[in-house]
Design a protein around this ligand. Sequence first.
Ligand code: PLP
Length: 393
Amino acid sequence: MDIIYLDNNATTRVDQEVVQEMLPYFHELYGNPSSMHSFGGEVGNKIAEAREQTARLLGAEPEEIIFTSCGTESDSTAIWSALQSQPDKKHIVTSRVEHPAVKNLFEHLSQKGYRVTFVPVDAKGRLDRDYFFDSLTEDTALVSLMWANNETGVIFPIQELAEKVKEKGILFHSDAVQAAGKIPVDMNTVQADMLSVSGHKIHAPKGVAALYVRKGTKFSPFLIGGHQERGRRGGTENTAQIIGFGKACELALSRLKSGQQNIRKLRDHLEQSILSGISKVMVNGETGNRLPNTSSISFEFIEGESILLMLDKFGICASSGSACTSGSLEPSHVLRAMGVPYTAAHGSIRFSLSHYTTRKEIDYVLQKLPPIIERLRTMSPFWAEYQKACSVA
Ligand code: PLP
């Protein structure tokens, strides 16, 4: 069975060109980039090139890039560094819709003596600006806000927010793991001090990522060890992965305009056809201000998990907006923060496309999905109740 992969916000296929770029660095060019001999030096030069490629995608200087193991490590490093470098400040600010990589660390810090503000969002997933700006005080050590949401794709106005936060002299970090490579992320125009990106969201392998740290930002390493990454992250470099990541950044930059436009067209075709062909569905989030590849859709009165299982039978991969924890299906914290009604939040599906997605695949999904929804609704007591209420009205 062919796989139709519409779960690219979870992870992406490694690009063939990326694989080719990496291969020599496993078996032939396996030297340690820190070694004095030229065999290692050659690898060091290639890592320098990957650093330049990564910097270019972000409008940064190569020295501002620290390679890490994952987006989660980049987020953690940025947050711990901000706290270490300002030990007297005890207040931190984030949003209610962050990825667990930030959300769970902030919750952990709230148990460790930090005052934490989780800024709410509205029904469209937009940050409550008044609440946000009112929360900032002289005691605020750090603001960490995601650039784009992994579930809904909604984009926060990072440029404007960072500017206002910097006016108050507060450190600003952005989790751009979903944004980088999909929309322009240019550190020349955004005043953030730190920024996280991750390889496996942009067709590089899992296990490699980067943290941007603006020149002059006080930085405290998370992994203390060797002198690698100019003493900012100890540990022998994950050479092949870093080289692959650099190549993926180069490819992402080259596809940023027309490639993302094509993806947007396919996403809109999928979404519009679902909205016009199936009743009681809604798109979650501010539709005009989203990542081009993401669509979070709620199918009312049924469970997202059941939809996923039935799609899976046809080889269609997507994800749901619920997390199955300890046997109870809870809608995601993102949809709950947006106040999406339970009947809709439970039935939410996230489709996320990539440049590998084809029109044929989308049409196949559009052929399989409506009967799945119809079948699940015939089995749903909530749907029956709704139909009854409609007929009485
Ligand atoms: N931040 C966001 C917005 C994400 O979507 C993810 C992964 O889904 C992460 C952070 C974590 O990245 P990684 O899987 O590389 O640790």
